[in-house]
Design a binder for this molecule. Structure first.
Ligand code: SF4
Length: 281
């Protein structure tokens, strides 16, 4: 069980320097899904918490009042929902802050990008269909639920994500797949693309960022859950040339799969020098 705390927020619509959006909206702080690789756990807010990541969530109960006030002053633009939280985590089932925010945004003329890995989004298809400019970025790192549970404490299994992607597609809501982090030897990109390419516009791939998931933690997960892969992981992360060689080979595979399934593939690979120097021994 995660702790649910109700808070008053000073701001809902936050300006962002990200190229995909002018503003971000995060109806919650913290996340009940508790992914070990989550970059939000590196924020100052998360670092100050006594409880581990995934065990708490703050609900911005005054989100609508604040949003109404902010919308009067700010021009409409591109809004991203869920830059540092999951907008469709468990607590949204009862709090419905995300649903209410979307209802407010429908008539503003803004464009909306929703980042999620939760099938709860299908509850709101009735509202999503009303937007003239909307896109859903759905995270699928693997089709294997054993891998999902090793890295994400409480996120939905693959089958529910797939069903949600299909439901969004059938409702006419554009979707692209974000495969991030791409996990060496655990992410099967062809399994993902063969299963989902019919329903989505494109695939984005991002490699594992060891700034967010330290090597020691990753190594422990691999050792305990996928021990047969430990030598391969140690080889990839042992030095720059091994690292580059591996990700260059993955890039070639992804480019080929994009051609095979006739979908654009964007590949975002963090360079070696972001992660290192670390010792992988
Ligand atoms: S679902 Fe998203 S926000 Fe939540 S823990 Fe996972 S990566 Fe972080």
């Amino acid at each position: 069980m995660s702790e649910v705390r109700h808070i008053q927020s000073q701001r809902i619509l936050s300006a962002t320097g990200m190229k995909q959006a002018d503003y971000v909206i995060n109806p919650y702080r913290g996340c009940q899904f508790g992914c070990v690789y989550c970059y939000a756990q590196c924020t100052g807010f998360a670092q100050k918490q006594a409880s581990p990541w995934g065990s708490f969530v703050d609900v911005k109960t005054n989100a609508l009042q604040v949003l109404d006030r902010e919308l009067k002053d700010k021009p409409c633009g591109r809004i991203m929902l869920g830059s540092v939280t999951e907008v469709y985590q468990e607590v949204e089932k009862t709090c419905e802050i995300t649903r209410n925010v979307l209802e407010r945004l429908v008539d503003t003329g803004c464009s909306v990008l929703i980042l999620t890995k939760s099938d709860l989004i299908t509850r709101d298809i009735d509202i999503l269909k009303k937007f003239r400019d909307i896109m859903v970025c759905f995270t699928v790192n693997t089709t294997d639920n054993i891998v999902i549970r090793a890295f994400e404490k409480k996120s939905p299994p693959y089958e529910r994500r797939r069903d949600a992607v299909i439901a969004l597609h059938d409702a006419g809501i554009p979707v692209y797949i974000h495969t991030g982090p791409f996990l060496p030897y655990l992410t099967d990109p062809e399994a993902i693309m063969s299963d989902l390419s019919e329903y989505v516009q494109r695939f984005d791939f991002e490699n594992l960022n060891l700034k967010m998931l330290p090597w020691q933690t990753l190594q422990e997960i691999v050792r305990t859950r996928f021990g047969h892969l430990l030598p391969q992981y140690q080889a990839i992360y042992s030095d720059e040339s091994s690292f580059e060689e591996y990700w260059v080979s993955v890039r070639q595979i992804l480019t080929g799969l994009g051609a095979k399934y006739e979908r654009d593939t964007n590949i975002y690979f963090h360079p070696y020098d972001i992660f290192f120097p670390i010792s992988v021994r």
